[in-house]
Design a protein around this ligand. Structure first.
Ligand SMILES: C[S@@+](CC[C@H](N)C(=O)[O-])C[C@H]1O[C@@H](n2cnc3c(N)ncnc32)[C@H](O)[C@@H]1O
Length: 223
């Protein structure tokens, strides 16, 4: 058995991106456009986005919550994989970037499935608690210092056996530095430990792109 993962050299990474999934023309277009923005690193990687879309389809998810919209790339990949009656609520506080998102959703004919909530994401999540809605799948991809609070709200808003995905849980490799270089590293490192020990969930972290953690809410928490 091979113990050491195949090193992902830049050349191998380029090959993988060319063969690892089928890119949708609008996702490609939006990703290319995002590269022209100062915040180009905000967008989820194509491989994470396509994996998300695949999971939406595999799990037959119908109600999705996304925390962190930006220009709508990950929203779009999930919306393209939703059934006709599926819906996404997506949260962000950036009006200018989410206006770009709305243009692309309209172009892909999925705008009717997506409800954008502009404002502080934590407040939006608290408002959703009051509406007593639940979700099949929740994607967390906003400010890293807020991840723990988003995770707790997400656990409450997720149906039993539902799935939470957290992006960037390897945080550019900074989590193994000593001392930790920034507050985001500390926040993510503490949350990673908490999730591993959290008896309310089953979990697995994949070293996909910048780290993607999958969390399934169990029906009956173990002792
Ligand atoms: C990493 S980007 C999201 C990328 C997006 N999922 C994609 O794949 O294109 C993070 C987003 O979180 C938003 N954000 C940061 N702090 C927030 C907050 N407190 N409330 C709402 N949105 C916030 C930012 O405006 C930014 O657009």
């Amino acid at each position: 058995m091979t113990q050491i993962p195949t090193p992902l050299t830049p050349t191998l990474y380029t090959y993988w991106q060319s063969i690892g999934f089928r890119d949708h023309s609008l996702l490609k277009e939006l990703s290319t456009f995002n590269q022209t923005l100062a915040q180009k690193d905000f967008q989820a990687s194509p491989e994470v986005a396509h994996f998300l879309g695949f999971l939406v389809s595999l799990l037959k998810a119908k109600s999705i919550l996304e925390i962190g919209t930006f220009t709508g790339y990950s929203t779009l990949t999930m919306a393209l994989n939703l059934p006709k009656d599926g819906t996404i609520i997506t949260c962000d506080k950036d009006q200018a970037m989410t206006e770009i998102a709305q243009k692309y959703w309209a172009k892909a004919n999925v705008a009717h499935k997506i409800s954008l909530r502009l404002g502080d994401a934590l407040q939006t999540l608290k408002d959703l608690q009051e509406d007593e809605v639940t979700f099949d799948l929740i994607f967390i991809d906003a400010n890293k210092n807020g991840y723990d609070a988003y995770y707790e709200e997400a656990i409450r808003l997720l149906r039993p056996e539902g799935l939470i995905l957290l992006d960037n849980t390897l945080w550019h490799g900074r989590l193994i530095e000593d001392p930790l270089p920034d507050t985001q590293s500390k926040a993510i490192k503490e949350l990673n430990k908490k999730i591993q020990q959290d008896r309310r969930v089953e979990m697995v972290m994949l070293p996909l792109s910048d780290g993607l953690t999958l969390v399934k809410k169990v029906s009956v928490p173990s002792l």
